[in-house]
Design a protein. Structure first.
Lengths: 144, 127
């Protein structure tokens, strides 16, 4: 019975040395990318708050007789929020996975790969929306 | 840190398998969308006349996302056929995806800093 179980486990996929090495190196680079994006997003947030305090977009309100600046600020904030969530998911994947590989922690690895899964889903949905908006933009431009 | 090709006590539990399967599906979707987007931006740049920058951007995007596509393809095959070699190669592709992404980011930061230095130097000379 023991031999059969051992043979069965040989047929299952494992996180072996090579896989662990790839996960650890990949998570190091993912952490680097996440940190750079966190800095970029923080700078963007500071820049946007500075521009808001100066009332940079208020001329649009006069031109279009509509609170367009508020709509633009809400869109900026929403994009920053989504980008921030994506970056935090990447950072979570990187930190959890590298720790899981170092400490051989199964639940931490599951949590880390879970973060990578959500990161890819959110990025994918954003990519689909971006592609649709690009196609819509091209179609409206060709109609003009 | 390097490990030998042996089990380290971490196993591919059903939860991990499900996560890797979803990762593989979405990785392929993202890669295909980025290929299509690159094609569209190349096509759109023909009209604008900024073809060179569009070619460079599209080439970088395709180069990075080939690794993501390979990760998705290999991990899906590995999970379907229980092939350890494909699984390891898939994870290696994920590692390369982040590595190339990071290196291109470093190059972009260096170029940005150089540009800022040159811009600063030109302004200082004009004052």
């Amino acid at each position: 019975m023991e031999n059969v179980l051992q043979d069965d486990s040989m047929l299952e996929l494992q996180i072996d040395g090579s896989a662990s090495n790839s996960l650890e190196n990949g998570s190091w680079w993912a952490k680097f990318i996440a940190i750079v994006f966190i800095i970029v997003l923080a700078l963007a947030a500071i820049g946007i708050s500075f521009a808001m305090s100066k009332g940079s977009l208020e001329e649009f309100d006069y031109r279009y007789n509509f609170q367009l600046s508020s709509v633009i600020w809400i869109i900026f904030a929403f994009v920053l929020l989504i980008a921030g969530a994506i970056v935090m998911l990447l950072f979570s994947f990187a930190t959890k996975t590298s720790r899981a590989v170092r400490e051989l922690d199964q639940s931490l690895l599951e949590s880390g790969i879970g973060s990578l899964k959500i990161y890819l889903i959110v990025t994918g949905v954003c990519a689909i929306i971006g592609l649709l908006l690009t196609l819509l933009g091209l179609a409206s431009r060709s109609n003009l | 840190m390097s490990y030998q090709n042996e089990s380290l006590g971490l196993s591919l539990s059903p939860k991990l398998k499900e996560s890797f399967n979803t990762c593989a599906v979405w990785a392929r979707i993202i890669a295909i969308i980025s290929f299509v987007s690159s094609g569209i931006s190349l096509f759109a740049s023909l009209a604008k006349g900024s073809f060179l920058s569009a070619i460079i951007t599209a080439a970088i995007s395709v180069f990075i996302n080939i690794y993501l596509l390979n990760f998705g393809r290999r991990v899906k095959t590995a999970l379907d056929s229980t092939n350890q070699e494909d699984f390891n190669e898939g994870l290696h592709d994920l590692n390369l995806y982040f590595k190339v992404y990071g290196i291109i980011m470093i190059i972009a930061i260096v170029l940005l800093l150089l540009g800022m230095l040159i811009f600063g130097a030109v302004i200082m000379n004009n004052i």
